[in-house]
Design a protein around this ligand. Structure first.
Ligand code: NAP
Length: 313
């Protein structure tokens, strides 16, 4: 393993900094020695408190604004964590989805190429059809939702942009907490239901490798530090159904696992199709980045500490 660790002075631009991953990237990348981080998001002010990084509003679909920020800040690295991530909304509002998830990436890839900037593009297991997961980086994508198609099109823009330095960081079912989020995630949703004593029905036929956002931000920091190019699977290492994940969550936070009842995806009508069996094989990230994501139980315990909630497992 050849992990070059010399401290570089780098100017890093983060888009989507008010989102779940974005907030954790601000924290993680802002702490690393030598990094000068500019966080950007849709809102006039950051949704998070504290942090020593600069912040400026940026809508990545506004090419003029994007160009101005690139010219002012001259980033060495851009991490694009901005996206339309609501899968069903992407299905129904396709134009908006394409503008954010594809056109904006094309614009940023072009600017990165012109300025010699490294681009890290976040992507997803939804680029696969879910017939034969868990997937490696070399498996052939075949998206079955508009969201998945848009994320694959973005990947292809990055690959074909002529950029010398780029990475596509794919992840899966991310859980964790950040401040004033616009969207919840599976674990926060479950904890809310459990706290109200409500029973949830969770699908046994969607298989994933759940990812703790703190570990994901750590992996992205490593991609930058080790100057890695290419596609990387960055997810948890345990393959399980969404039903199993919910049972583990109940157990760790001291709720009865009876609150989690099994069902399958046929019981739900959703606008967008989901890949049934996805999940990632993460050997490449483990060996090349020296990265070891937490087991689910450990991730949930860490989250419990952050939330100030008691955990039992
Ligand atoms: N979460 C998952 O389970 C998951 C799984 C696989 C891949 N991913 C990928 O991981 C990346 C990060 O996702 P996340 O979980 O952090 O999602 P998130 O919490 O929804 O964050 C996305 C952020 O992008 C912002 N955004 C949307 N349109 C924008 C625009 N035009 N200009 C600037 N910012 C814009 C959103 O703003 P608002 O806050 O105002 O909505 C939000 O803050 C995305 O590329 C996503 O596709 C996530």
């Amino acid at each position: 393993m050849n992990l070059s660790q010399d401290v570089l002075f780098q100017r890093i631009l983060i888009t989507g900094a008010n989102g779940l991953l974005g907030q954790h990237l601000v924290h993680k990348l802002g702490q690393a020695p030598g990094n000068d981080v500019l966080a950007t998001g849709l809102q006039a002010e950051p949704r998070y408190s504290g942090g020593s990084c600069g912040y400026t509003p940026l809508d990545i679909t506004d090419a003029k604004q994007v160009r101005a920020v690139f010219e002012d800040f001259t980033p060495d690295v851009v991490v694009n964590a901005a996206a339309m991530t609501a899968v069903d909304t992407c299905e129904s509002d396709r134009d908006a989805c394409w503008k954010v998830n594809v056109d904006a990436v094309e614009i940023m890839a072009r600017l990165c190429r012109a300025q010699g900037t490294r681009l890290i593009q976040m992507s997803t297991d939804f680029v696969f059809d879910g017939k034969s997961g868990p997937y490696t980086e070399n498996d052939r994508p075949h998206p079955i939702s508009y969201y998945g198609k848009s994320k694959l099109a973005a990947e292809n823009h990055v690959r074909k942009s002529g950029l010398p330095n780029w990475a596509i960081a794919r992840t899966v079912l991310v859980y964790g907490v950040a401040e004033n989020l616009n969207r919840s995630n599976i674990v926060l949703w479950l904890l809310d239901k459990f706290a109200r004593g409500e029973t949830v029905r969770m699908v046994t036929d969607h298989i994933r490798t759940p990812t703790y956002v703190v570990d994901l931000a750590d992996a992205v920091e490593r991609l930058i530090r080790f100057r890695k190019n290419g596609v990387y699977n960055l997810s948890g290492g345990e393959l399980m159904s969404v039903y199993e994940m919910a049972r583990v969550t109940a157990r760790v936070f001291g709720y009865s696992t009876d609150l989690v009842q099994p069902t399958d995806s046929h019981a739900f009508t959703q606008a967008a199709a989901r890949p049934p069996r996805s999940g990632f094989i993460i050997l490449k990230a483990q060996s090349e980045l020296g990265w070891q994501p937490r087991m689910l139980v450990r991730g949930l315990n860490h989250l419990g500490v952050t939330l100030g909630l008691p955990t039992t497992a």
